[in-house]
Design a protein around this ligand. Structure first.
Ligand SMILES: [Zn+2]
Ligand SMILES: [Zn+2]
Ligand SMILES: [Zn+2]
Ligand SMILES: [Zn+2]
Ligand SMILES: [Zn+2]
Ligand SMILES: [Zn+2]
Ligand SMILES: [Zn+2]
Length: 1773
């Protein structure tokens, strides 16, 4: 321990020394200055031109300069000046000579000229940055990897097509101009070739002057060689020959390399220890290492660097492997650094000319001296995995800019790439970097070009190479050579993960199938198929399972790897089939190969087994002795399934119908073909039946995926097809017997004894067998009924998709994305949904919430098949219920008969005979026979239902055959006659038909009655048809539907009867229900009572608060001043939601409280950049008019006893304390901060507001003093207070004792009007606003406590006034009850809270407030009136005045006159404020000077102001304009004031203010007891006000502010809106993609996030931008909320298309974004890529939530609803 710390400290001093030394050694500017001046690039180039050995000269130049320019010391954190210097020196000393040499003259001019003469290739080739939007056309792109950049897309035809938008992961380029990439419209406007475009065949080099060509070759080859040498250089201390520096210092770098093994935390921790840096530096190092792949972490002499290296290596050695560190000589680092710059330079130079580009291509691909694979490009590629990330990125980009942009060299490069394919992939698999940083990732650029892929396949045997390379990497096999994934180790799994990218390559090669075949291609493709079959053989039968009996399985086997492989191969298998389908010869040959592969797999299947013989219903068959429940079985059968796929393809060719003898069938007997798929299906059935419970979840998961939409196409679906194929080649009876035997059910149907034994067996076994029988019947339904695969049935692919959609929509209406998810995608990520959807469904648009839904059109209901094979059991029962309900609603019977099936293709035609074969009839007969007996567990409803379905299918088949029969031949399908035959052994009863007839009226089968009736009707119809055809064979047969209708017509009466029955049944049920309800109410009487009372309480509250409108129309209402009218003195009764007791609100009663939530708010802020002073020293007495931080209070309106609430809150606290020990802090509310959920509505709350009684009516017996008198009195009172407080200044002390007005007694202690419980609650709420508002700990002694209580009252009123204004609602009467309650209790509380504070404190506040307007010699340093929000001033002074008034014992004055005078004073001050800040620069059209009195007076006041301020105020001639300004500016103040006095004095509002409208002004003024010409206020107290105005104007702050010394707040203050968002979402993505992290030097941000409040883009969820806030590291979003939103924020996460709400550090939730696709859905996570457009209504809704201060509540509800949200580290976003 000791030694390590010692070494640490010594290294510290050493480092200090080194740093200092290196700092002084190099003074870069002066050292290089003379070089700069003396150096001439032109001369150097001339010198080189004459040189005999150019490479020698160039190398010498580089050897001299590179170490002197680059990497001169500890590359400090972000020293941009240093970087600029390096950049400049590089350009001037190193690159400029190269340019001069190449171009032969002034580079800039020559390059411009080159570019002008260049006829560029039509390829765009724009290389994508991380996060940049890319577009792909779903109609025209050859495959989904073909993309356009935004610019090209906007100029292309595809912007009007169906397109997909994604964000690029970086790398890759725009395919605009590539004719192979687009089926249509390959060029955008910009890249459309013009007539004089160069012929693509022409050599662009010929366009260049020959001397330049020669110089180009020589300089390019030297520079490229130099770069390649250095990037692949592995020595740390030496340089290649010719590059050794002239002077070599002992200067080294300790270079740390990136790996994907160590975490950020590990690296940061290690670095802090090893190089003794701060955490911040360590983070910066780690970030750079991760981004660039390496970073020097120390600079100094060799010893010094070695030391750091060994610390790093030692301290990471105990991890999986140590971090890679190298000590490198500074000159090596410098040259490597320049090598990268040189490569970038090459990349730039070739952009000017296609000729130069081709020269570079040629140089790069020229064979080196070592022959094959020795070109410079080859050397780079082969060393790819050894290079660091930064180097790889730069040369990959160069390859894209050069080789891939030149059509000729792209091909040559492709061949090189393919030749090295195996080696490159092996390197990649061993490497640990992500694929995007590997050269192998270029495969997407090459293999997706169909012509290249085809060429590589033919010439380089690419398909085989890829598959073999892949198989080679999976060496873990079992004894039979099959893959063995079930015991994979972590390392194997990791490698497997990397190898999978090869499947991606294979997919690229196969993604577009050839339009033309030749023999070469056939040969290579079939060769590839051979390799592929080898791969499939390794999968056939892998990971087999064995049924576990007795004990539960010990260890769950690993199953995911095998399924991952299957899933990845799904598209490949489908694509191979697609290829085969395009060529008959290939198809037949592929079928042969596949068949022989399968024979190979089957060898040994039946070895040494004696066949067993089965007989039933007069038929006999031999089969294996095999039981799924006792032998090994595997779910992986890819060879069988590929064969099934090919079989269907064969069936679609004309070979199948015309030359069946040519088909390569028959090498395997049909029973062998069906054997394995059948086992797999039986396995599923047994798992359903619960027979495999002990095998654990691994098997359940496998079965799930087997049926899942991602896998089923090449698993489950193909197994069904294989059974169909096998059955079609077999005797149906034999097929069924084998099925019965595999299901282990044979004996139940063949022997009555066995059957009897089973029925008497234990319940589990019976149930098991019942399930198995159901599954078996379902399988037969599927084998005979699933005909929607083209090739099996006579349908088109279109029909198949349509049928899927019909069945999805039969479950319920669905959104577009749900449908997409339910359909399998092809390799192009298409489902075919769009082509079909409109024909079967109608679209319903979404509202402001929810999403658009598709609903099935009713005419498609008849295609509903209850046994649709892709339904899960849950889907099936939901669909059944929905369909029955629908039919009932339409007044139809509820039978769900099978839908009419399409006919089979010839190859499968014989399958229909299954429906009428003897064995099936025997099975049907048996089940029907069992169903006769109602009791006993021997059969199930679903079993019967399935049998009835099968019967129905057979009848439909017969009917169709009869209808389609032209009469030439007999209809061989004769089910109707077969079911009349009497039953055979073992069922001894009557015929199937007879059984059906007897079941029709069985009372226990009521549910099945409708379908049985349907069946019997069908039977009789068919009989009629047959009779008719036999008598007159040419009679027209009515079409199927007509027939069906006939059946239905006859049924009408029956249906009516049933409807009546149903009605009676419903009534009975209703009666029962209401009985039950009564019972329930009796039992839960309290609860019920409570809800009823709540309802009453809320309505009564509303009634009390809703203004009595009739009353108000007759009397003119005044809410302030001596003439005010008070609300009727009513007893105010409220009910506690907790104890349900009623309580009157009284000053001396029990305290009642309102649950409330107090929060800081910046919603009204007009200045988001204001820095708030330290909370301990903040003086909140004056609110700045920018309203930058307010305190908002909201309430859900629920009332409790204070004591009830306290008990409740204590219980919550206790519960939380107990819970936190287990699950710390996992709640949506923070108990430690006083938060709780309202016990009734679960609304987030953090305090309670006490309810206080009404104030009394104004006392009209007392005189109302004039303003002058009142002011004089008040001044005297204040003087008295000053002297009693003893805080008078020295000068004041000399003055005479002030005259104290009569009855004013400073020593009076007013009586507290409130009971102790109310006082306590007043303190509680005061403390909450204090604590939240200032973010400090509670302190009841703080003099600021009452100010914050007043503040929340004023601010809440102000914000509600804004809301009402914005929503154009009337000022009164439109607030919801809860807000009304909240404002009223807040205001009454505000007027009473002074009683809880020391009198002196409140007096001092009042004195200071008044002094802001009226001079008071004893208060110094008053504020400039432009820095005061007048509404807050009014509210504070009115509320604090009561405390002064309480000392007046004279009884001669009333508070009301004081309120009115205060209002008048403040209003005048506000008018002055408005005039001072009025924006008069607006030119007014109306110069009409015939002004009204208002206008004249306004001008008068304005001129007074100008008198004081002079030219600071512009001259305004139009009084009209000024008056308009004043009126608009003062209106919000008046409205807020009206609200305030309304709640303070409980005065009913006038009728005019109950509606929104123009007559507001007069009504407002009169309600507020103000003259409607407000300027009258000024005029009537002219002499009094003049000196005040003079004082206001002469405050130095006024002049300063108006002359631009600060933000001028103008009135009216407009409401803040959220920022404007673009209509098209991709604009945002584009913006975000060019956004770079502000901390890590030009790096792309990974999670760019937009603040919706101020529009800042932030680098969220990333180490680089973490900041410390209040002692904790938080992410950029959280940090931003503290400056922008007082801890609350609304963001848009651009890459995710997700709105993020955060509150504080621990709370947040996601919210649906306001962007919708055409299907009315959001795309959170941008997964689907449909174009997104702004939905303004939704955005406005978010904005409203913000303005209403409802975000915190939304978060609370979201977290309550979804517990996982609580666990997210919101603070790191
Ligand atoms: Zn482009
Ligand atoms: Zn283009
Ligand atoms: Zn298109
Ligand atoms: Zn109570
Ligand atoms: Zn509530
Ligand atoms: Zn912001
Ligand atoms: Zn960042």
């Amino acid at each position: 321990m000791l030694s390590s710390s010692a070494s640490c400290s010594s290294s510290f001093t050493a480092e200090e020394g080194k740093m200092a030394a290196s700092e002084s050694d190099r003074d870069p500017t002066s050292a290089l200055c003379s070089e700069f001046l003396n150096f001439s690039a032109k001369d150097t180039a001339t010198w080189w031109l004459a040189a005999a050995d150019l490479q020698h000269e160039v190398y010498h130049h580089l050897a001299v300069y590179v170490p002197r320019i680059l990497c001169l010391g500890p590359s400090g954190v972000g020293s941009s000046r240093e970087e600029q210097r390096e950049e400049l020196a590089c350009q001037l000393l190193l690159l400029a000579p190269l340019e001069w040499f190449l171009l032969g003259e002034e580079p800039a001019a020559r390059l411009a000229q080159l570019q002008q003469n260049n006829q560029p290739s039509p390829l765009c080739g724009h290389v994508f940055k991380v996060g940049e939007p890319t577009y792909s056309c779903r109609e025209c792109a050859a495959d989904p990897t073909c993309v356009l950049c935004m610019q090209c897309f906007l100029g292309s035809v595809h912007k009007n097509h169906r397109y997909r938008m994604t964000t690029s992961g970086g790398g890759g380029f725009c395919d605009c101009g590539d004719t192979e990439a687009w089926k249509k419209g390959p060029y955008c406007q910009k890249h459309t070739p013009t007539d004089n475009s160069r012929d693509t065949e022409e050599d662009p080099v010929a366009q260049l002057p020959t001397d330049m060509v020669a110089r180009g070759y020589s300089i390019f080859s030297i520079i490229l060689k130099y770069a390649v040498e250095l990037l692949t250089w592995e020595q740390e201390d030496q340089l290649p020959e010719g590059l050794e520096p002239p002077e070599r210092g002992d200067t080294y770098y300790c270079m740390l390399f990136n790996d994907e093994v160590h975490t950020y935390e590990q690296v940061i921790y290690t670095l802090q220890k090893a190089v003794n840096c701060s955490q911040k530096e360590a983070i910066s190092f780690a970030t750079t290492v991760d981004r660039d792949g390496r970073k020097s972490v120390r600079y100094g002499d060799f010893q010094f660097c070695e030391q750091a290296k060994s610390v790093i290596v030692v301290s990471t050695a105990d991890l999986t492997r140590p971090l890679r560190v190298q000590v490198m000589h500074s000159s090596v680092v410098a040259h490597q650094c320049f090598a990268l710059k040189a490569l970038s330079w090459l990349g730039q130079i070739i952009q000017y000319s296609d000729g130069l580009r081709r020269i570079l291509c040629q140089v790069g691909l020229q064979k080196g001296p070592e022959g094959e694979n020795s070109s410079l490009v080859n050397r780079l590629m082969l060393n790819d995995s050894k290079m660091w990330k930064g180097a790889r990125n730069i040369y990959h980009q160069l390859l894209m800019n050069s080789l891939l942009m030149d059509l000729k060299y792209k091909k040559i490069f492709a061949i090189q790439f393919a030749k090295s394919y195996e080696r490159l992939q092996s390197d990649y698999v061993k490497d640990d970097h992500d694929r995007e940083f590997s050269i192998t990732d270029l495969s997407v650029q090459i293999f997706t070009v169909p012509s290249l892929a085809r060429m590589l396949m033919v010439e380089e045997n690419l398909m085989t190479t890829i598959i073999r390379t892949f198989v080679d990497h999976l060496r873990h096999r079992d004894l039979q050579g099959r893959f063995q994934f079930d015991r994979y180790t972590a390392q194997q799994a990791f490698k497997f993960g990397r190898v999978q990218s090869l499947i991606g390559d294979l997919k690229y090669v196969l993604i577009s199938h050839p339009t033309e075949w030749n023999d070469q291609l056939r040969l290579k493709f079939l060769g590839g198929l051979d390799a592929f079959l080898e791969l499939l053989k390794c999968m056939q039968g892998m990971d087999p399972v064995m049924r576990q009996v007795g004990q539960h399985i010990e260890m769950e086997p690993e199953w995911e790897a095998a399924f991952t492989l299957q899933m990845k191969l799904t598209h490949i298998i489908s694509m191979i089939q697609e290829w085969c389908s395009t060529d008959k010869r290939v198809l037949i040959e592929a079928y042969r190969k596949c068949l022989s592969a399968l024979s190979h797999c089957h060898s040994g299947l039946s070895d040494g087994e004696q066949p067993i013989s089965l007989s039933l219903a007069g038929h006999c068959v031999e089969t294996f002795r095999y039981q799924v429940s006792q032998d090994k079985v595997s779910i992986h059968l890819p060879v069988c399934r590929l064969l099934a796929g090919l079989h269907v393809l064969l069936s679609r060719t004309e070979v199948a119908s015309h030359f069946p003898e040519q088909l390569p069938l028959g090498e395997l007997s049909p029973p062998l073909l069906i054997e394995l798929p059948l086992r797999c299906l039986v396995l599923c059935a047994q798992v359903h039946a619960g027979m495999w419970r002990r095998n654990g979840f691994s098997l359940v998961n496998q079965i799930y995926y087997y049926h899942n939409v991602k896998c089923r196409v090449e698993m489950f679906d193909k197994d069904i097809i294989m059974l169909q194929a096998g059955a079609s080649m077999m005797d149906p009876n034999h097929f069924l017997m084998i099925v019965l035997s595999r299901f282990e059910l044979f004996h139940i149907f063949s022997s009555a004894d066995v059957r009897k034994r089973y029925r008497e067996a234990n319940k589990d076994v019976v149930q098991q067998n019942n399930t198995l029988i159901e599954e078996m019947l379902h399988l037969i339904i599927m084998v005979t009924g699933e005909r929607y695969v083209a090739g099996v049935g006579q349908v088109e692919p279109f029909d198949e998709v349509r049928r899927e959609i019909i069945h999805q929509l039969s479950i319920r209406p669905m959104a577009h994305s749900e449908l997409v998810k339910a359909l399998p995608e092809n390799g192009n990520k298409e489902t075919g949904l769009e082509r079909v959807i409109d024909s079967v469904a109608s679209f319903k648009k979404p509202g402001v919430t929810g999403r658009g839904l598709y609903e099935l059109r009713p005419e498609w209901n008849r295609y509903f098949n209850l046994y649709f094979y892709h339904y899960s059991r849950a889907d099936q029962s939901k669909a059944e219920e929905a369909q029955r309900k629908l039919r009932r609603q339409n007044g139809e019977d509820t039978a769900l008969p099978p839908p009419p099936p399409p006919p089979f293709c010839p190859l499968f035609a014989s399958l229909v005979n299954l429906l009428q074969c003897d064995v099936l009839l025997a099975v049907e007969g048996a089940v029907l026979q069992w169903a006769v007996e109602p009791s006993g567990g021997g059969w199930t409803e679903s079993m019967l239902q399935r049998v009835l379905h099968l019967v129905g299918m057979a009848l439909l088949e017969e009917q169709q055959q009869l209808e389609n029969n032209s009469g030439d031949e007999d209809v061989t399908f004769n089910y109707t006659s077969k079911i009349t035959r009497p039953g055979e052994a073992p069922s001894t009863s009557g015929s199937v038909l007879a059984l059906l007839e007897s079941l029709q009226n069985a009372p226990h089968l009521e549910v099945h009655k409708d379908i049985i009736t349907w069946i019997l009707k069908m039977v009789s119809n068919i009989k009629t048809m047959r009779e008719r055809t036999s008598s007159t064979s040419m009679v027209n047969i009515s079409p199927g539907q007509g027939l069906e209708e006939m059946v239905r017509d006859k049924d009408k009466a029956e249906r009516k009867r049933k409807a009546e029955m149903a009605r009676l049944r419903r009534e009975k049920i209703m009666a029962q229900m209401s009985e039950m309800q009564k019972h329930f109410i009796n039992e839960n009487k309290e609860l019920f009572q409570q809800t009823v009372e709540e309802l009453e309480a809320s309505t009564s509250a509303a009634a009390e608060n809703s203004p009595p409108s009739l009353e108000s129309t007759c009397v003119s209402q005044v809410c302030v001043g001596p003439k005010r009218v008070s609300g009727a003195e009513r007893r105010q009764l409220v009910t506690c939601i907790l104890c349900q007791e009623e309580q009157e609100v009284k000053g001396h009663g029990k305290a009642m409280v309102l649950a409330a939530f107090v929060q800081r708010s910046t919603v009204l802020s007009k200045n988001r950049h204001r820095n708030l002073p330290d909370p301990e020293h903040r003086d909140p007495l004056f609110m700045h008019p920018d309203l930058s931080l307010g305190i908002h209070t909201a309430s859900c309106g629920h009332i409790m006893h204070a004591t009830c609430w306290q008990r409740y809150f204590e219980a919550v606290q206790l519960k939380e304390q107990r819970r936190q020990q287990r699950l710390r802090g996992h709640t949506s509310y923070d108990v430690e901060n006083g938060e709780f959920l309202c016990p009734l509505c679960e609304c987030l709350s953090n305090t309670v507001i006490p309810l206080l009684p009404h104030v009394h009516s104004a006392d009209r017996s007392v005189d109302h003093p004039s303003l002058e008198v009142w002011l004089k009195t008040t001044n005297q009172q204040i003087a008295a207070l000053h002297s009693s407080h003893g805080n008078r200044s020295d000068s004041a002390a000399e003055e005479a004792e002030p005259a104290v007005p009569d009855g004013f007694r400073v020593d009076v202690i007013p009586q507290n009007p409130f009971s102790s419980s109310i006082s306590e609650m007043i303190t509680t709420f005061s403390m909450s606003t204090y604590k939240v508002g200032l973010k400090v700990n509670p302190n009841e002694q703080d003099h600021r406590v009452p100010v914050l209580s007043w503040s929340t009252c004023a601010f809440t009123i102000q914000s509600i006034e804004h809301l009402l204004m914005d929503e154009e609602k009337p000022l009164f009467g439109s607030l919801p009850c809860r807000q009304d309650n909240c404002l009223s209790s807040l205001t009454r509380f505000g007027s009473a809270c002074w009683t809880a504070a020391p009198l002196k404190t409140v007096h001092t506040h009042f004195i200071r407030l008044l002094a802001a307007l009226v001079s008071d010699s004893q208060v110094d340093a008053t504020l400039c009136i432009l820095d005061i929000d007048m509404f807050h001033l009014l509210v504070y002074s009115v509320l604090s005045y009561s405390s002064v008034h309480s000392l007046d014992q004279s009884g001669q004055s009333v508070v009301d006159s004081a309120h009115l005078h205060l209002l008048h004073l403040v209003t005048v001050a506000h008018l002055v404020q408005i005039l001072l800040t009025s924006n008069t620069e607006e030119v007014c059209m109306d110069q009409d000077t015939g002004g009204s009195q208002e206008e004249e007076l306004t001008c008068q006041l304005y001129n007074t102001l100008r008198k004081h301020l002079g030219s600071v105020l512009p001259e305004v001639s139009s009084g009209w304009q000024l008056w308009r300004c004043v009126k608009a500016g003062v209106l919000p103040f008046l409205r807020a004031t009206a609200l305030f006095f309304h709640y303070l004095n409980s005065t009913a509002p006038p009728a005019d203010l109950l509606v929104a409208g123009p007559s507001q002004w007069e009504a407002l003024c009169s309600y507020l007891s103000l003259p409607s010409n407000l300027l009258q206020l000024h005029l009537s107290h002219h002499t009094l006000l003049e000196p005040l105005i003079h004082r206001w104007c002469c405050h130095p702050g006024v002049r300063e502010t108006l002359q631009g010394g600060g933000v001028i707040i103008r009135f009216p203050r407009e409401s803040n809106r959220l920022i404007d968002l673009p209509e098209d979402y991709s604009v945002l993505i584009n913006q975000a993609s060019s956004f770079t992290c502000p901390r890590s030097g030009g790096d792309k941000s990974r999670a760019p996030t937009l603040c919706l409040v101020c529009g800042s883009m932030l680098c969220s969820q990333s180490y680089c931008c973490q900041t410390e806030v209040e002692g904790e590291d938080v992410g950029a979003c959280t940090a931003h909320t503290f400056t922008c939103g007082a801890g609350l924020g609304l963001f848009l996460r651009v890459r995710e298309s997700q709105v993020l709400f955060v509150a504080g550090k621990t709370k947040g939730c996601f919210y649906p974004p306001p962007y919708l696709d055409d299907y009315g859905e959001t795309d959170q996570g941008l997964k689907r890529g449909n174009p997104l457009h702004l939905c303004l209504e939704r955005y406005r809704k978010i904005e409203r939530l913000w303005r209403q201060h409802a975000i915190a509540e939304i978060i609370g509800h979201a977290q309550e609803a979804n517990q996982t949200l609580v666990a997210i580290d919101w603070q790191h976003l």
